[in-house]
Design a protein around this ligand. Structure first.
Ligand SMILES: [Mg+2]
Length: 109
């Protein structure tokens, strides 16, 4: 059984996802991953609504915000793996772009 190493770096999470795909016989199809990430994002939003005492169907199954964040992260890593993207480097590169952007509060009408 695959285990995530202690004190993992981001690349270790990506490697772990590759390994559990094989171990569990999960589909690694990019469209499956994209749709599943969308589905898990919806579950995350529902978990947030539930945690903020918003109106939610009491019979609907949804995990905690903590659990649903992990589900989204799993599919995020899966998509990055499919495109052979090193998420840590991509994060660093994109943040360099983001640092040059200006962030302003939108004016209210
Ligand atoms: Mg979920």
């Amino acid at each position: 059984m695959t285990n995530l190493k202690r004190n993992p770096e981001l690349k270790d999470f990506q490697k772990y996802i590759l390994e559990i795909e094989k171990e569990r016989g999960l589909s690694s199809d990019i469209f499956h991953y994209a749709l599943m990430m969308g589905e898990e994002t919806g579950e995350l939003f529902k978990a947030i609504r539930k945690s903020e005492n918003q109106q939610v169907d009491p019979n609907s199954k949804v995990g905690t915000v903590r659990e649903e964040l992990v589900d989204v992260f799993i599919f995020l890593c899966g998509i990055a793996n499919k495109y052979d993207i090193d998420l840590e480097q991509a994060f660093r590169d994109k943040e360099e772009i983001n640092k040059k952007r200006s962030w302003k509060q939108a004016k209210e009408n």
